[in-house]
Ligand binder design. Structure first.
Ligand code: BES
Ligand code: ZN
Ligand code: ZN
Length: 465
């Protein structure tokens, strides 16, 4: 899908974006039509080959209203099989143009790779009809949404295809295309380094674990940031096996790591003035004669010992090694993304990402980036009392608290033990990794939520220096 700006409409489908209460252009003779322009409202009319769609932006006209409106335009074009859309919005500015590009590209995403009968229809061209040249803003929105779609496609791959090595291969391919440095640590290398927690999680599976490190460098004068993502290619729970209902959704337990790839794609294409290190601990969590067992004690990369009381609390184990390693590289800021706890769904439902940080500046930047991208975060506490709940009687830490309370917070408190004094934020994306019912501009399946948020946060952190 290509998006450009024009100063006149062309093609057979004209979508007119209207604020609440704004009358449609006088040239359109709309006798008995009552169109209020509420957010999400749309109205279509056609004559011969020409089609007109009125789309409401609501009163507040927030960024997401533009994404939803652009998504509505694309969905309508798909319905009437029209390949070209003119989106008429003469008042567009940088922010709304970026959001329109994002909404359109995200709505156009399809995953039909495994269908033998493909639809083969795609909206090819979108023109934003405005008076101002908004090429740059449209380009930025295009980069961010395409990075998110790239993550959605990779995350959708099932566990029999997307093994740790296959995702490492995707990282190698991206690194080659975007001129990134990439290092792949296999089992032997991880043993040597002392990445025992990643190895323990992966030891029950026929497919070996892998740790991938990515590096982007815009110049040595720029600050070093770090992004870490949980990459469990399938989470059966291990010996502490999960119930079978809904277990297939655990193919999305790699979303954090896949989002890291999405962030690198966006950061490299936007040429952000930063240095970025990415870490993706990849493993499959399955039971078997070699699998780790409840009660096992392991020593993580930073030397801390962990009593594994539940093998289903595996995300925090792979992150323990990756975060501890990242901290030794002394990044200025570090963010991790992980589908870490089911308790997140109970806590905030499907509309927010749980955010945990001891650093107010980083937390504030993530909140602002969340509002702008509509990948909203909600800060939860990380007080020392929660850390106490993770102390073990036999080792330094245990991997579950054993109390049915504050599951997302105790998980975050466990991670905190591995970051040292690095300025760090943890994003628990368990509730937003995949979408069960289509909405505004995101369809069913892997959402890629987190890619735009974290990219935007790095851009803000770079500017705030
Ligand atoms: N991957 C899951 C968390 C999850 C659950 C993500 C539902 C998305 C949807 C994680 O590894 C896990 O199993 N966590 C356990 C922790 C528990 C054993 C303390 C959980 O949430 O039940
Ligand atoms: Zn688990
Ligand atoms: Zn998991």
């Amino acid at each position: 899908m290509k998006i450009d700006y024009k100063n006149a409409v062309s093609g057979n489908l004209i979508c007119i974006l209207l604020a609440e209460g704004e009358p449609p252009p006088k040239e359109l003779v709309l006798h008995d039509v009552k169109f209020e322009g509420n957010e999400g409202q749309s109205f279509s009319l056609s004559s011969g080959k020409k089609n007109i769609l009125l789309v409401g932006l609501g009163k507040k006209m927030r960024g997401d209203d533009f994404r939803i409106a652009a998504g509505t335009c694309v969905r309508y074009a798909e319905k009437i099989k029209e390949k070209e859309i003119s989106i008429y919005y003469p008042k567009a500015d940088e922010k709304s143009a970026e959001a329109i590009a994002e909404g359109a590209i995200l709505a156009g995403h399809k995953f039909d790779k495994y269908k033998t009968k493909k639809e083969n229809f795609e909206v090819a061209k979108i023109h934003l009809v405005t008076t101002k040249n908004l090429t740059e803003a449209l380009g930025k929105g295009g980069i961010l949404a395409s990075a998110q779609n790239y993550a959605r496609a990779l995350d959708e791959e099932p566990a029999n295809i997307a093994t740790p090595q296959m995702i490492a291969n995707a990282a190698l391919k991206l690194a080659k295309e975007k001129k990134l440095k990439v290092t792949v640590f296999d089992t032997k290398a991880m043993k040597k380094m002392g990445m025992n927690a990643i190895l323990a999680v992966g030891q029950g599976s026929a497919v070996p674990p892998v740790l991938v490190k990515l590096e982007y460098n815009a110049g040595s004068r720029y600050p070093l940031f770090c992004v870490v993502g949980k990459g469990i290619t399938f989470d059966s729970g291990g010996i502490s096996i999960k119930p079978s209902k809904g277990m297939h959704e655990m193919k999305y337990d790699k979303t954090g790591a896949i989002n890291v790839l999405g962030v690198f794609k966006a950061v490299a294409e936007l040429k952000l003035p930063i240095r970025l290190m990415g870490l993706m601990p990849l493993a499959e969590n399955t039971p078997g004669s070699k699998a780790q067992k409840p009660g096992d004690i392991i020593r993580a990369y930073n030397g801390k010992t962990i009593e594994v009381l539940n093998t289903d609390a595996e995300g925090r184990l792979v992150l323990a090694d990756a975060l501890a390693y990242a901290a030794t590289q002394k990044p200025e800021y570090m963010i991790d993304m992980a589908t870490l706890t089911g308790a997140m769904i109970v806590c905030l439902g499907r509309h927010a990402i749980g955010m945990f940080s001891d650093n107010d500046k980083l937390a504030q930047i993530l909140i602002e980036a969340g509002e702008e991208t509509h990948e909203r975060v909600w800060r939860l506490p990380l007080w020392p009392e929660y850390g106490k709940m993770m102390e073990s009687g036999i080792a330094d830490l245990k991997n579950i608290s054993e109390l049915p309370e504050a599951g997302s917070i105790t998980a975050a408190a466990f991670l905190k033990e591995f970051v040292g004094d690095t300025k760090w934020a943890h994003l628990d994306i368990a509730a937003v990794d995949a979408i069960s019912t289509e909405h505004g501009y995101l369809g069913k399946g892997a959402s890629g939520i987190g890619v735009r948020l974290v990219t935007e946060a790095f851009e803000k952190l770079a500017k705030s220096k």
